[in-house]
Unconditional design. Structure first.
Length: 89
């Protein structure tokens, strides 16, 4: 018990700012913000139309394969549980 009280007394407390909170950063004007956004978007390496089509096909095929696997597992487990409990469909 004594040890815990000693540790509490020795731990430094967080300092509180005089204004009650952290200092505020300067606000960016909306026009400047959009200029910076456009400048960053110019730096982006955008994919070509062929790449977008290829990636979309890969995603669709992956979704179909995973959906088929989940369907098959659900079907097998459903049949197994129904057989285990002796329920006929």
């Amino acid at each position: 018990m004594q040890r815990q009280e000693t540790q509490r007394r020795n731990t430094p407390r967080p300092q509180v700012k005089a204004a009650g909170g952290p200092a505020r950063r300067e606000r960016t004007k909306p026009l400047q913000f959009f200029k910076e956004v456009m400048a960053e978007l110019r730096k982006v390496a955008w994919p070509t139309r062929q790449e977008v089509v290829a990636y979309s096909i890969v995603v669709l095929v992956s979704v179909i394969v995973i959906a088929a696997i989940i369907f098959a597992m659900d079907y097998v487990f459903t049949k197994a549980v129904l057989a285990l409990f002796g329920v006929e469909t």
